[in-house]
Design a protein around this ligand. Structure first.
Ligand code: C2E
Ligand code: MG
Ligand code: MG
Length: 605
C-alpha cells in the first residue's frame, strides 16, 4: 500500500520536525537496537527512519551503511503501512527478491513500526539475517515492545527538556549529549564549535527595563531563523536564553560559516527597538573530539564570543592564549574567595602621600596585596579587575575597609594624625548600603568620617545608570572625603565632574611621567592643576618617580604627590618606622623642611 502524496508530505513533515535525521547515533537508541539483535540471535538490527528517498539508520548493530535507498526497502513498507512485517526469505518474495538488501546477501527481515501518537509512521525497528528464518509469536511481541520503547525515547527527547519551547531548537542538554555521542563514535576527529551570543548581560538587563520581559522572546524569535539559515545544514542548538550553538564537521568550512554568519546576522533585526540592544558576537572553537569535555566546549566558545565583542569584530576564533588567560582569571576568582577567609594571603600595603609645600605626610593610600599560596604575589592590576566584575567585589571592599581602618586605628595610637585613602570599585557604587557599611566599619574602629578618603575612578563615578553619582552623594553626605582616582584616563567632561561631590583629584600617573621631556604634557598638567585648584579641588599627582618631577609639580601649584620617588608602598610596620625616621630627622634639622626627609604630623607617644 502506497501513501497518497498528501499523506506522504504529512508523514515526512512529522519526521523532519523531530530533527532526528543525520544526528549522531546515541547510546539511548543503541541499547535498544542491541537488545533486538540479541533476542533474535541475529547479527544486524537497526532503528531505520524513512526519509524522502532513503532509509537512514539512527542506530544500528552490524551492517556497514548509514543508509540505503528507499526503493524496495522493507522498512519503507513498515513506515507506510505502520504494520508489523516479517519476510522469512527475501529471495522467495517476488517484490523484495531483487531489492538492495537481497543483493547484499540478506535473506531474513523482520520490522516493527515506529509510529507517532498522531499515527504517522517514521520507519521501523528491524532485525536482519543472512539465512531464511521463521518468527515466533514471542519474538514478534518483543520487537513490538522494543519499537514502542524507541518511540518513547524519541518522544522523551522531544517533549521533555530537550527542545526549547520558544525557539523549537534542541537545548543545551541535547547539545552536550550529541557531542558526547559524537566523541564516543569518532574520537580524535576535529570539529568546529560555534556559539552565537545575541547580547551581553548588561544590555539584556537594560532592555528588560526599557522594553519589558517580552523583549528577549522577540529577539530569540527573530534570531532563530537567521542563525539556522546561516549555519545550514548543521543542527543549531539553543544553549542558553540568548545563546545558540552548533558543531561543524569540517574545520575547513570555518571561512564559509564566518561569511554566512556575518551576512545573515549583521544588522538584520527587523524590529527597530531591538536593533540597538542586540549586540551579536560569535565565538568559534576548533576542538578534537574526546579531548575537550563537552561542558568546556561551550565555555571556551563563549570566551571567544566575548573576545569578539571586546574587539568589535562579529566573529572571533578561540586562540589557546586567550583560553589560558580566561583559565587563569577563572582560577584567580575561585581562589580569591578562599583568600578572603585565609589568615595569611591578603594584606594591606600603605603608600604615603606628601604635601608638596610643607613636606608633611598627611595621608596614605591603602593598597591590597595578595600572596597566592601557589602562584605567589599577584599584582592588583591583574586580580582587582577580575574580582571587581564579580559578586566578590563587595566582600573584597569590606575586607579592605575593615583591615585598613584597623590599621589606621593602630597608627593613631602610635601618633599618626593623618588620613587613610581606600579604593572603592565601581560596582560597589551600586550597593545601596555602602555608606551604611562604611559608617559601621568606622565606628567599629572608633574613627570618624574625616579619617577616611574613598578613591573612585572617574569612569566608576560616571556609571551609565547614574547609581554611581547617587551613592557618591550619599557617601559625601555621610562626611567621607572623596577622591577621583586616575583622573585623565576616562572621558568625563569638566561639567559632569562638577556633579560629583569629590574634594580631591588624583592626576593619573600617565600624565606625570616624562613631565620634563614633554612640553605639551607639561603645559597640560600645569593648566589642569590651575583649573582644579581654582575650582576648590585638592590636586594630587600620582606616579611621582623623581624629586625633579616633585619640584616641578610644587612649582605648578600641585598640592600633594604620591610615587616611588617619595616612598614606595610598604608594609604597615615599615611605614611606622618610616614615619618615625622622618619625625626624628625633622626634629634634628634646623633648616626648612625638605621634601624627602621632611617632617609629618607624626608624634610618637
Ligand atoms: P591606584 O589606586 O591608582 O593605585 C596606585 C598604583 O600605582 C599602585 O599600584 C601603586 O603601587 C602604583 N604606584 C605608586 N607610585 C608609583 C610610581 O611612582 N610609579 C609607578 N609606575 N606606579 C606607582 P598597585 O598597588 O599595583 O595597584 C594598582 C591598582 O589596583 C590601584 O591603582 C587600584 O586601582 C587597584 N587597587 C589596589 N588596591 C585596591 C583595593 O584595596 N581596592 C580596590 N578596589 N582597588 C585596589
Ligand atoms: Mg587609588
Ligand atoms: Mg590611581
Amino acid at each position: 500500500m502506497r501513501l497518497s502524496a498528501e499523506n506522504e508530505v504529512m508523514r515526512l513533515d512529522a519526521l523532519h520536525r523531530l530533527e532526528l535525521l543525520d544526528t549522531p547515533s546515541s547510546e539511548a537508541f543503541n541499547r535498544i537496537t542491541r537488545m533486538a539483535a540479541q533476542i533474535f540471535g541475529l547479527p544486524i538490527a537497526a532503528v531505520s527512519l524513512t526519509d524522502r528517498d532513503r532509509q537512514w539508520f539512527k542506530s544500528r548493530v552490524g551492517g556497514d551503511h548509514c543508509s540505503i535507498p528507499r526503493e524496495r526497502a522493507p522498512c519503507t513498507q513498515v513506515a507506510e503501512t505502520t504494520d508489523f512485517l516479517a519476510i522469512p526469505d527475501l529471495l522467495a518474495d517476488p517484490y523484495y527478491a531483487d531489492s538492495v538488501l537481497a543483493g547484499q546477501g540478506i535473506r531474513f527481515y523482520c520490522g516493527a513500526s515506529l509510529v507517532t501518537r498522531e499515527g504517522q509512521g517514521l520507519g521501523a525497528l528491524c532485525v536482519l539475517g543472512t539465512e531464511p528464518r521463521e518468527t515466533s509469536a514471542e519474538e514478534v511481541a518483543a520487537l513490538k515492545d522494543l519499537a514502542a520503547m524507541v518511540m518513547q525515547q524519541i518522544e522523551l527527547q522531544h517533549a521533555f527538556g530537550r527542545i526549547d519551547p520558544l525557539s523549537g531548537l534542541p537545548n543545551r542538554t541535547q547539545f552536550l549529549e550529541d557531542l558526547d555521542d559524537d566523541a564516543q563514535e569518532r574520537p580524535g576527529e576535529r570539529r568546529l564549535a560555534v556559539l552565537v551570543d545575541l547580547a551581553p548581560p548588561e544590555q539584556l538587563s537594560r532592555g528588560l527595563r526599557v522594553l519589558g520581559p517580552g523583549f528577549i522572546d522577540a529577539m530569540v524569535r527573530q534570531a532563530t531563523p537567521l542563525i539556522r539559515s546561516a549555519l545550514k545544514p548543521n543542527r543549531v542548538y539553543h544553549v542558553a536564553s540568548t545563546q545558540f550553538a552548533a558543531i561543524i564537521q569540517n574545520l575547513s568550512d570555518e571561512e564559509h560559516y564566518r561569511a554566512k554568519l556575518e551576512e545573515s546576522l549583521q544588522g538584520r533585526f527587523a524590529d527597530a527597538a531591538l536593533r540597538p540592544i542586540a549586540s551579536l558576537a560569535v565565538g568559534m572553537f576548533p576542538l578534537v573530539l574526546g579531548e575537550t569535555a563537552s561542558a568546556d566546549v561551550l565555555r571556551v566558545a563563549y570566551g571567544a564570543a566575548l573576545d569578539a565583542r571586546a574587539s568589535k569584530a562579529l566573529v572571533s576564533v578561540h586562540s589557546a592564549m586567550s583560553d589560558d588567560i580566561h583559565r587563569r582569571s577563572y582560577r584567580l576568582l575561585a581562589d580569591f574567595a578562599d583568600a578572603l577567609t585565609a589568615p595569611d594571603q591578603l594584606t594591606m600595603a600603605l603608600q604615603p602621600r606628601i604635601d608638596l609645600r610643607t613636606g608633611e605626610c598627611l595621608s596614605a593610600e591603602a593598597l591590597l596585596r595578595w600572596d597566592h599560596p601557589e602562584l605567589g604575589g599577584i599584582s592588583p592590576a591583574e586580580f582587582i579587575p577580575i574580582v571587581e566584575q564579580s559578586p566578590l567585589a563587595r566582600a573584597m571592599t569590606d575586607w579592605v575597609l575593615d583591615h585598613s581602618l584597623g590599621l589606621l586605628s593602630a597608627f593613631r595610637s602610635a601618633g599618626f594624625n593623618g588620613r587613610f585613602s581606600v579604593n572603592i570599585s565601581g560596582s560597589n557604587l551600586s550597593e545601596h548600603d555602602l555608606a551604611a557599611r562604611v559608617s559601621y566599619c568606622l565606628s567599629k574602629h572608633q574613627l570618624s568620617p574625616d579619617d577616611l578618603e574613598l578613591e573612585v575612578t572617574e569612569s566608576a563615578a560616571i556609571s551609565e545608570n547614574g547609581s554611581g553619582a547617587e551613592q557618591l552623594a550619599a557617601l559625601a553626605a555621610a562626611g567621607f572625603h572623596i577622591a577621583i582616582d586616575d583622573f585623565g584616563t576616562g572621558y568625563s567632561s569638566l561639567s559632569y565632574l562638577q556633579t560629583i561631590p569629590a574634594d580631591t583629584i588624583k592626576l593619573d600617573r600617565s600624565f606625570i611621567s616624562d613631565l620634563e621631556g614633554n612640553p605639551r604634557r607639561n603645559r597640560l598638567v600645569r593648566s589642569m592643576i590651575g583649573l582644579f585648584s581654582e575650582q576648590g579641588y585638592r590636586v594630587v599627582a600620582e606616579g611621582v618617580e623623581t624629586t625633579a618631577v616633585a619640584d616641578t609639580l610644587r612649582e605648578m601649584g600641585c598640592h600633594e604627590a604620591q610615587g616611588y620617588g617619595l616612598a614606595r608602598p610598604m608594609k604597615p610596620g615599615r611605614m611606622l618606622e618610616w614615619l618615625s625616621a622622618r619625625h626624628a630627622s625633622s626634629q634634628s634639622e634646623s633648616s626648612a623642611p625638605q621634601l624627602i626627609a621632611g617632617w609629618g604630623p607624626f608624634q610618637p607617644n
